[in-house]
Design a protein around this ligand. Structure first.
Ligand SMILES: Cc1ncc(COP(=O)(O)O)c(C=O)c1O
Length: 424
């Protein structure tokens, strides 16, 4: 029987090869150019611009006031500290469980009952993107008919991640383009009107791209409605610390949901807050009912990882755990996060002041009201094009400006350019 199937397969193959050669058709002739990624294509356009003075405000990776990428001092010291560490199979297992616990503590709080009672399941992930991808895959396996509600707008890759995981996506209203702030009542209505037991993705802090976060009372209200509707919250936390400069404060939304007794999922990334972008360090975790449920969930997450990339690279998680478990290094990290955020805030202040001094008729209050890495300018695609064409300033088409690329020496130029393209 086996032999027969095998020979039939071989026959099929030779027929198709024959057909292909007859039609002069190669294996991959039907593969067409993929559409451009809205974020990475900005860098490509920037790099191919020969002008010496140009600004890349597309990338959401931190830069110092000289426009240079930064290696944090806490990372340097942790690198030294682990330089003699031999990475063996046995080290790997301990590193993994330690790292996941450290991440959960960072998100849920050091003395959280979730950690004390072992009510969490998690695995190291290939940064925030990988963490979202693993959760999406987990969602599809255990709730194949569910959908994920995403804020409108959101980080563009969220749509692609859930689509590629074959989970349908819906959207909920989030941002008000007129006030350039939160559309809270509409958000609440959308949460209420979604079918009971729906999945919702939230950015717990420094929402990308809008820089607009709900406040404490608003999170409380959202959590309350989630209780009534029995929805499941998934927090994609790519910027812990980058909104307020305080990593604890930036976890407020998650802490509120935990206090209210919710189960939840969380994606964490250390790309921005530790500058480990190229190391791809992240974690996906799920808060569960009890330790028994956590063990089952963890085994399923591990199963997904096994077939995707088998196991995780150890160096990044080891670095992160070293920082989080050494009181001095952790304090240094928290200071360095604050320095990064203070710089972003001071650039917002200067940008706003300069725009206001240019006597523009528009209000620029939102520049400093929004938080985090991005300023969602409200510039139209035409204005974005004009900035690129006439001023060599690059940003995503939706008018998102990475404040990380704004420095003392280019903020004036940026303000003047924005003024030029927005003046009546
Ligand atoms: C909301 C959000 N989630 C996830 C990510 C992915 O982060 P990472 O680079 O760590 O994969 C980003 C990065 O831009 C983001 O903005």
């Amino acid at each position: 029987m086996k032999m027969k199937m095998w020979s039939r397969n071989v026959r099929c193959l030779s027929t198709s090869v024959a057909t292909n050669s007859k039609n002069n058709m190669g294996w991959w002739d039907h593969v067409q150019q993929a559409p451009k990624d809205p974020i990475t294509s900005v860098t490509q356009a920037f790099l191919s611009d020969p002008t010496p003075f140009k600004l890349n405000l597309g990338v959401g990776a931190y830069r110092d006031d000289k426009g240079k990428p930064v290696t944090l001092e806490c990372v340097r010291r942790a690198t030294e500290k682990i330089s003699d560490c031999e990475i063996l199979e046995s080290t790997k297992a301990t590193t993994k469980s330690k790292f996941v616990q450290d991440c959960v503590k960072l998100a849920c709080g050091n003395d959280s009952s979730v950690v004390r009672e072992g009510r969490f399941a998690g695995v190291p992930a290939l940064s925030g993107t990988g963490a979202c991808r693993l959760f999406a895959e987990f969602q599809r396996r255990f709730y194949p008919d569910s959908q994920m509600f995403l804020p409108m707008p959101t980080w563009s890759n969220h749509h692609d991640i859930w689509r590629d995981s074959q989970v349908c996506t819906g959207t909920y209203r989030y941002y008000n383009p007129y006030s350039k702030g939160l559309r809270f009542q509409a958000l609440v209505n959308d949460i209420k009107n979604a079918p009971d037991r729906s999945f919702f993705l939230f950015h717990p802090c420094a929402h990308n791209p809008t820089g607009v976060d709900p406040n404490y009372e608003q999170w409380k209200e959202i959590s309350h409605i989630f209780k009534i509707k029995n929805h499941f919250p998934f927090f994609d936390m790519a910027y812990q610390g980058i909104a307020s400069g305080d990593v604890e404060r930036d976890a407020t939304a998650i802490r509120i949901f935990l206090e209210d007794g919710h189960l939840l999922g969380c994606a964490q990334s250390f790309s921005k807050n530790m500058g480990l972008y190229e190391h791809r360090v992240g974690c996906v975790s799920i808060v569960s009912r009890d330790d028994k449920q956590a063990t089952a969930i963890k085994s399923q997450l591990q199963r997904i990882v096994r077939a995707m990339y088998s196991s995780f690279p150890v160096h990044g998680p080891l670095l992160v755990s070293t920082i989080l478990n050494d009181a001095d290094l952790k304090a240094l990290w928290e200071e360095e996060v604050k320095v990064m955020v203070d710089r972003l805030i001071s650039m917002r202040v200067t940008l706003r002041q300069t725009l206001e001094e240019l006597n523009s008729s528009s209000s620029w209050e939102h520049v400093t009201k929004q938080v985090g890495m991005f300023y969602f300018s409200g510039l139209s695609p035409e204005e974005v094009n004009q900035l690129q064409r006439d001023f060599h300033i690059y940003m995503t088409n939706d008018g998102r400006i990475s404040m990380a690329g704004v420095t003392s020496s280019n903020v004036d130029y940026l303000a003047n350019a924005i003024h030029e393209v927005t003046k009546e």
